[in-house]
Design a protein around this ligand. Structure first.
Ligand code: ADP
Ligand code: MG
Length: 705
């Protein structure tokens, strides 16, 4: 069966290879893509207003012919104003565009145009920078296939969709294309959205939804359309979300059917062993997270759990106690960090905590020498090493375990890099615990966590004080140094952080290097200042880090390499240079390097002009709160989900009609429906097969499994 919706766009009349390539560039290759893409907005051209009688302040759509045009200069060199006098049978009005000289080739005399904008009173009424569309004549991008009849039925006289421009494919050309494609939709178009779900939610069938979402019937609320809340639009959004959630649930189901080779048990002896290594009382949040984790470990299916907690919340000790349970059950544990420095830090603190136990802890990194490495690998395979710390290379390389029971993955904020699939592919089926310091905003949680169990530590170890955060402009630099000096005099340590942006890496690195020299020689000659950056060799980095941790260095000037989890509680002040260049969540992560004990720490955000409105909003948000969840919500508001942490990396789906923030409540509905659907239906083989096939291509995510 050839599916009409899968027809490549280049085969359509009036498209051809060049225009198809333009559409492809914005992600549209098939009819399905074209139809499952909402317009940017809708314009009501059903009641085009007569020009006579327009009033200042009205938002209007008018239709008329261009009677004359005029391009004039202004006092500002190069700045031109284009004017057109547009008339219909009732009268005429002036339209004015600033600095768009090219319009003289687009809006020609006698052309029939539709203008959309707000009426202003100047010397007479006028439309300032209105949106325009050439219905016929004068359009330099010419579209001779559009007849006068098209103009009357497709482009005016109704509510029309306005699409994103795609190269030479104007919004108008796309409108006609969509119109034609819709007019040929097969009457018996297959509908992947289950009938009973659809009718319970009172949503229209697919064919109606597609048609009405692009060419809304007369009387549809323009306001509802532009909020994407008509039944037709919601039907397409919910369809997308429903299939997505169904896939997540199936993936989870597949995981639940697996059974792991080793199930742990917990008894009083193990509880006592845990008590012995614990250096402090767990917070309530830590205790309940640990309980959930250990319950999972006692189940016959592999654990797949995310441990979420803000920087400094104390995730490491929770992971270690879980590790202890595994080791007491005769199983091995792999502890993986995103970088070698972090792996080493974890190694040092885990070894210290396990000092009094009988378990052997070792570190394997890229810099472990050949001989030592071979020895360690042999001991690992023999089961003589109980806990091994390393980077992700641990499970990706040629490492064999005797019996790996638990894999702990400290991803910090780099969520989702390593997935269960990697382990399974290596024939291992351990419990998996992923730790992340990225507070996922509520609105994204259902999507990102759809197939994971989650434990959240919301409280902080006792005695912590929120980091005092202040904004300062470059002109206050001396004040900032005063703050830093005060801390150093008290025996504390300081971070100075530089942004490092890939495009200007060399320049930034030079700035950081010069600043380190300047601080060392001129500003703080009595203290030891060192530089740390990503281009340094691993062992050089490690030396600096160790010296800083031992307080042999008092001030660390670094590029953002420190954001991934350094723990030096004696550091009490952080200065962030060019704070305006960092993202909100990134700044929050950075700030988490100070305030790691009960001492009052400070963070100074130095910024320079020009700073964007968003940039200022980010810095202000950071100064106002230390709550990672609140910061994540604000970050999402400011940036939108796509940018939140890089769609692919975060495991966010590629969505066509839905928007994770705007349509959050529909995602909740879709999830409930998907759960109910799976409970009540034995999925037919063809349905499963089509979902399995569609899932990765449609959402750009990994297999359902
Ligand atoms: P993160 O969640 O960012 O990985 P860590 O596990 O590194 O946080 O813990 C941060 C610091 O807090 C460490 O120095 C750790 O020893 C300390 N800590 C953790 N839990 C507690 C607790 N319950 N009481 C006191 N200090 C704690
Ligand atoms: Mg940590």
């Amino acid at each position: 069966m050839t599916d009409y919706l899968q027809t490549p766009l280049q085969y359509l009349k009036g498209v051809g290879p060049k225009r198809a390539a333009d559409l492809q560039r914005i992600g549209l290759s098939t009819i399905e893509d074209l139809l499952y893409r909402f317009p940017l907005r809708y314009e009501d051209r059903g009641r085009l207003q007569p020009i006579e009688g327009l009033k200042a302040g009205q938002e209007v759509a008018i239709s008329g012919r261009i009677q004359s045009t005029h391009l004039r200069g202004t006092r500002r060199p190069g700045f031109k104003i284009f004017e057109a006098l547009v008339g219909d049978s009732s009268g005429s009005i002036r339209a004015v565009w600033m600095n768009q000289s090219f319009l003289q080739d687009v809006l020609r005399r006698d052309a029939h145009v539709v203008l959309f904008g707000t009426v202003e009173a100047r010397t007479g009424l006028q439309l300032m920078n209105p949106d325009y569309e050439v219905i016929d004549g004068g359009d330099a991008e010419g579209d001779p296939t559009d007849s006068a009849e098209d103009a009357a039925t497709i482009h005016t006289g109704r509510i029309v969709p306005v699409y994103e421009k795609a190269g030479a494919m104007t919004p108008k050309m796309q409108r006609r294309l969509v119109y034609e494609v819709l007019s040929k939709l097969p009457a018996d178009l297959h509908d992947p959205f289950p009938e009973d779900v659809r009718s319970r939610l009172n949503l229209p069938p697919r064919r109606t939804a597609l048609t009405d979402a692009h060419f809304p019937p007369a009387g549809t609320s323009i306001d509802a359309l532009n909020r994407f809340r008509t039944p037709a639009q919601m039907r397409l959004i919910v369809e997308e979300f429903f299939l997505f959630q169904l896939g997540l649930l199936m993936r989870r189901r597949a995981a639940v059917r697996e059974s792991k080779p080793n199930v742990v048990t917990v008894d009083d002896r193990i509880r006592e062993a845990a008590r012995r290594i614990l250096p402090f009382r767990l917070t309530d949040g830590q205790r309940s997270a640990l309980k959930e984790i250990v319950e999972d470990m006692q189940k016959p299916t592999p654990m797949n759990r995310l441990l979420q907690g803000d920087v400094g919340a104390g995730k490491t000790i929770v992971a270690l106690l879980a590790a202890l349970v595994a080791m007491e059950n005769g199983l091995q544990v792999a502890f993986m960090a995103p970088t070698e420095i972090l792996a080493e830090q974890h190694y040092l603190s885990l070894r210290r905590l396990l000092e009094k136990s009988r378990f052997h802890v070792e570190l394997i990194t890229g810099t472990t020498s050949g001989l030592k490495r071979r020895d360690l690998l042999a001991r690992l395979a023999a089961g003589d090493i109980h806990l091994v710390v390393g980077t992700h290379a641990l499970v990706q390389g040629t490492v064999h375990f005797k019996s790996l029971g638990l894999a702990i993955i400290d991803e910090q904020h780099r969520f989702g890099v390593l997935q269960r699939a990697t382990l399974r592919a290596k024939g291992m089926m351990p419990d998996v615990l992923v730790m992340t310091a990225t507070p996922i905003p509520r609105t994204l949680a259902l999507t990102v966590y759809g197939d994971l169990d989650v434990s959240v530590i919301r409280d902080m170890p006792p005695g912590r004080r929120p980091v005092m955060t202040t904004l300062k402009t470059e002109s206050r630099r001396e004040d900032v140094y005063k703050i830093v000096r005060q801390e150093l005099e008290r025996g504390k340590q300081a971070y100075v952080v530089y942004p490092l942006i890939e495009e200007s890496e060399k320049v930034d690195l030079k700035a950081a290097t010069e600043m380190a020299d300047h601080l060392a020689q001129e500003v703080f000659p009595a203290y030891r200042v060192a530089l740390l950056h990503g281009r340094m060799k691993q062992d050089a980095k490690d030396r600096v880090m160790r010296a800083f941790a031992a307080n042999e260095i008092q001030m660390l000037v670094s590029t953002t390499v420190i954001e991934v989890g350094i723990d030096v509680p004696n550091a009490s002040v952080m200065v962030v240079e060019h704070a305006e260049r960092f993202g909100l969540s990134q700044l929050h992560q950075l700030r988490g390097r100070v305030g790691r004990d009960s001492y009052q720490s400070q963070c100074v955000l130095l910024y320079q002009y020009p700073i964007s409105k968003d940039g200022k909003a980010r810095l202000t948000a950071l100064a106002e709160t230390c709550d990672g969840f609140e910061i994540a919500d604000r970050d999402l508001e400011i940036r939108g989900p796509g940018d939140f942490f890089g769609t692919r990396q975060a495991g966010l789906p590629l969505l066509r009609t839905g928007d994770l923030v705007r349509d959050h409540s529909l995602m909740v509905t879709a999830r409930e429906e998907a759960i109910r659907f799976l409970e009540n239906h034995a999925l037919s083989e063809p349905f499963m097969a089509s979902l399995k096939q569609a899932w990765p291509t449609r959402f750009g995510l990994m297999d359902i499994g």
